[in-house]
Design a protein around this ligand. Structure first.
Ligand SMILES: [Zn+2]
Length: 430
């Protein structure tokens, strides 16, 4: 239930939530997989869902356009050109075998909020952005849509290739975009007031604590590494005492990493492993595995890594193995702006939850990229069992209704602070 700025009557949000769920079902039909959902950047499915989102944005009283990177944008029709905008959004692309709410829910909630605010006087323009690539499924690099929007596009990304060997350059041309003009999707900081994103939690904290919604404090600091354990390939007849088995060493390291990560509460995932020569009767001379390590802060992540690194060295020494470590990706935490977090909390309180829960996001989100452009904050929505990136992803109707109410109230709170020139919100002073 939402009250307006002046305590206007409550709105029945269930019909809007039903529409959000029906629209999520409709988008789920646009998939490159026969028995599952997959929608990647610059694909025919991407074009189709953009067109559908555009029609919904227009129904909500916005004009809509596809930007130079393939993000679908909408802006309230009455908002004057050149007026800085508060941007609401999330993404429409998916991983293979995806659920129907990761990213999508945030876009659909944003459209509902824009519709509610169609004729409301705000001190800024209101925009909705459906980002084109958050997951990075097709070209391996993530957040391509939101990084283009935020001015972080790198020209070398045009040479990235998908599994079929198609370059991003050629895929953009086939999609109808000019690959050389993608950087023009960049917004200027002075044109954006702030960015708010609703997203399913993708973890079980809200459900365990019996909450519908939560305030995101920060998006995790992450680092990915490739760890190569080098031993010696030998015939399986080689006696134990002279074996230098890289896979046995890697196995011990992997179990140790899991324990250290648990002790430090830094989520660690080893999602890739390969061995050489990869033959049933040969001792592996090489074992290579990936490590994705996250924490609420870069400092915490690095402390955990130090403990892991020491243990890896000990195991290698014990087993006469050598280890090569390569860092393949590192990102610091993205801290959500305190004044916007407070607006999200005001939004959650408007739904009847007096003590909104703070939680950090282990998963990456478009808000990380947009945080390079402007202040950001996120609203988390409970999802069943914390299941995500899976067809069983699900949300409750009443939670969706609450998320629309909370986001609506949060936008009104940002408007109040913006109009008041809130000293705690320097980014918001007009
Ligand atoms: Zn997502």
């Amino acid at each position: 239930m939402t009250l307006g700025l002046d305590g206007t009557p409550a709105i029945d949000s269930l019909p809007a939530a039903e529409r959000v769920l029906a629209r999520a079902d409709e988008l789920a039909r646009h998939s490159s997989m026969e028995d599952g959902i997959e929608r990647v950047y610059l694909s025919p499915e991407h074009a189709r869902v953009n067109a559908i989102a555009a029609s919904w944005m227009r129904e909500a009283g916005m004009h809509s356009w596809q930007d130079a990177a393939g993000n679908q944008c909408g802006r309230r029709s009455d908002d004057p050109e050149g007026m800085p905008a508060l941007v609401l959004g999330s993404h429409l692309d998916t991983v293979p075998g995806a659920g129907r709410y990761d990213g999508i829910l945030g876009v659909l909630v944003a459209i509902e909020v824009a519709e509610r605010l169609e004729h409301v006087d705000l001190p800024f323009a209101l925009e909705v952005v459906a980002f084109a690539d958050e997951e990075g499924t097709r070209f391996g690099a993530t957040l391509l849509g939101s990084r283009a929007f935020s001015g972080g596009w790198k020209s070398e990304w045009n040479e990235l290739q998908d599994a079929e060997g198609t370059t991003l350059h050629d895929a953009a041309l086939a999609f109808g975009l000019d690959p050389e003009r993608i950087p023009l999707a960049a917004r200027k900081p002075e044109d954006v007031v702030a960015y708010l994103e609703a997203h399913i939690e993708q973890g079980p904290s809200l459900e365990r604590l019996d909450r519908a919604l939560g305030v995101v404090t920060s998006i995790a600091a992450a680092e990915r590494r490739l760890i190569r354990v080098v031993g010696e390939s030998r015939h399986c007849a080689t006696p134990w005492e002279i074996r230098r088995d890289a896979l046995q060493g890697a196995s011990e390291m992997i179990l140790a990493i899991d324990q250290i990560a648990r002790d430090h509460n830094s989520p660690a995932t080893i999602g890739h492993i390969s061995v050489e020569p990869d033959a049933v009767n040969v001792i592996p001379g090489l074992a290579e595995f990936s490590l994705d390590l996250r924490d609420a802060t870069a400092e915490g992540r690095d402390m955990t890594w130090e403990a892991i690194r020491r243990r890896i060295r000990e195991i290698a020494l014990d087993r006469s193995l050598s280890v090569e470590i390569e860092s393949t990706h590192a990102a610091p935490e993205m801290v959500c702006a305190p004044h916007l977090r407070e607006s999200i909390a005001v939004g959650i309180r408007s739904t009847g939850d007096e003590t909104p829960l703070d939680l950090f996001s282990v998963a990456g989100h478009d808000a990380m990229a947009v945080g390079e452009l402007t202040d950001v904050a996120m609203l988390f929505v409970r999802c069943a069992g914390g299941i995500s990136h899976h067809k069983d992803e699900s949300v409750r109707l009443d939670d969706v209704a609450a998320s629309i109410d909370a986001m609506h109230a949060a936008v009104l709170d940002v408007a109040l602070r913006y109009s008041a020139g809130d000293a705690d919100a320097p980014g918001l002073v007009p």
